[in-house]
Design a protein around this ligand. Structure first.
Ligand SMILES: Cc1cc2nc3c(=O)[nH]c(=O)nc-3n(C[C@H](O)[C@H](O)[C@H](O)COP(=O)(O)OP(=O)(O)OC[C@H]3O[C@@H](n4cnc5c(N)ncnc54)[C@H](O)[C@@H]3O)c2cc1C
Ligand code: SF4
Ligand code: SF4
Length: 399
């Protein structure tokens, strides 16, 4: 540990000079305090007494700098849903693979609990260079304490530079516990991830201040760097079954799987009738629809395309449609094959919920609407003319 003066904060009051019990601080010719580190006993008195917080401890920054080079590789924490590896795991592997091309480091998928050979093959095909399976049966049970201890031991052994997990009921508490143990930063709910070279910082982008800005956060002085990402925000890579990877099967220490919390039963939230999450096609209506009755147009188009009905937030706020249909930051995150945005301007809070869709079609009368920046196809025109024409054409095709 060391201490230093942050010159920008110093007001040259001289308090630290007077308070230092070993006369380790003196004002220089520019009337700024200088600390003689040979004399300083690191008692911390000047830190407490400085009225502007201009004297700080620097051990974390120094330590991190020294440790940086030990941390290598990207670790993706796999999770399971309904008895199989969850889709978010493959999406994270896709992102990790893209990041690894800059970092030139391997991507390791960690599966806490037994996994089949077929599942391991799928992880490798989706981007994992290495798969570590921690085979203790107890890890199948979603007890966060047990899983966090097993993962902690693995991270100590592996020292990954970056750890990614789903922003889910499994991933969020797991990485929170780990971040506290490692005294490092964690950004939840990222919508974008990138790396800054040559510093190897993970740039973690997410909505902030109630969604009014997009903040890019980095963990400059600590490792590992950790982030969680909501399902369907990142794109899964097309599986490549010719990829080869290293498979490591281990067991965690028996004391790690002992826990004062006992698992009794998993009760799943009753699923909504609206299956936006798994729909291949979604037709969403926004404020441009103008009235609840006009949602029948959206429903008709969605039915003809065999898709689901989505919505931006204003129709939900106005009670035109149930919240279960809302797409966006405070609604669902979706990534269908086709997303048709009808009368939706494309505010950032809406875009974060649908921008990973494979094909986006925007129907809007305003050719400056932000939705057009993410749209693959745009139909500029009055939706009350365009949508009925589409319905007519689709009905004709079905006859
Ligand atoms: C904390 C927070 C969270 C939020 N969460 C969400 C969220 O989860 N999801 C969400 O969607 N929003 C969310 N919002 C709201 C968001 O900021 C926008 O206000 C909202 O997305 C705008 O909805 P809209 O595009 O339907 O309406 P508007 O922005 O009013 O856009 C209407 C569009 O319809 C077009 N239009 C009008 N008439 C016609 C016509 N006849 N033919 C063709 N086009 C027409 C207009 O050109 C315009 O582009 C959130 C906001 C905050 C602050
Ligand atoms: S930490 Fe203590 S010894 Fe060191 S400069 Fe500050 S007051 Fe003086
Ligand atoms: S006490 Fe703080 S503000 Fe005052 S001279 Fe020392 S470092 Fe500067």
């Amino acid at each position: 540990m060391s201490i230093k003066v942050v010159i920008d904060r110093c007001v040259s009051c001289g308090v630290c000079v007077k308070e230092c019990p070993v006369a380790a601080i003196a004002m220089n010719e520019e009337n700024l305090p200088e600390i003689n580190l040979d004399k300083c006993t690191l008692c911390g008195i000047c830190i407490d007494k400085c009225p502007t917080g201009a004297i700080v401890r620097t051990h974390q920054a120094q330590k991190a700098q020294e440790d940086y080079d030990q941390y290598r590789g990207i670790m993706v924490v796999a999770e399971r849903e309904d008895g199989e590896i969850a889709r978010v795991t493959y999406e994270l592997l896709g992102k990790a693979t893209r990041l690894s091309t800059h970092l030139k480091q391997p991507v390791t998928a960690v599966h806490l609990g037994p996994a089949t050979d077929q599942e391991v093959r799928e992880l490798i095909a989706s981007g994992a260079d290495r798969v570590i399976i921690v085979e203790n049966e107890e890890l199948n049970i979603p007890l966060v304490g047990v899983r966090a201890r097993a993962l902690h031991d693995l991270v100590v052994d592996e020292l990954p530079e970056i750890i990614l997990a789903g922003s889910t009921s499994q991933g969020r508490p797991l990485l929170s516990k780990l971040a506290v143990k490692f005294q490092t930063g964690l950004t939840a709910d990222c919508t974008g991830l990138d790396v800054e070279m040559p510093d190897r910082h993970l740039l973690q982008t997410r909505p902030a201040w109630g969604g009014s800005i997009m903040a890019t956060i980095l963990t400059a002085h600590n490792r590992p760097q950790m982030a969680t990402v909501r399902p369907r925000v990142m794109r899964r890579l097309k599986p490549d079954y010719n990829r080869k990877g290293e498979v490591i099967r281990i067991k965690t220490r028996p004391e790690n799987v002992e826990d004062p919390v006992k698992f009794i039963e998993l009760i799943k939230e009753s699923t909504s009738k609206v299956r936006l999450d798994n729909a291949d096609i979604i037709v969403s209506g926004g404020r441009g629809i103008k009235s609840p009755d006009n949602f029948t147009l959206i429903e008709k188009l969605a039915n003809l395309l065999n898709g689901a009905v989505g919505s931006s937030r204003p129709p939900v706020d106005d009670g035109w449609i149930d919240h279960a249909h809302q797409v966006g930051q405070t609604g669902r995150t979706v990534a269908p094959k086709l997303y048709v945005a009808v009368g939706i301007s494309g505010a950032i809070q809406h875009l974060v919920g649908m921008q990973s869709s494979e094909c986006i079609v925007a129907i809007n009368k305003d050719q400056e609407a932000p939705i057009l920046k993410v749209a693959d196809y745009a139909i500029i025109g009055d939706l009350f003319k365009v949508v009925p024409e589409m319905i007519k054409a689709l009905e004709k095709r079905q006859q």
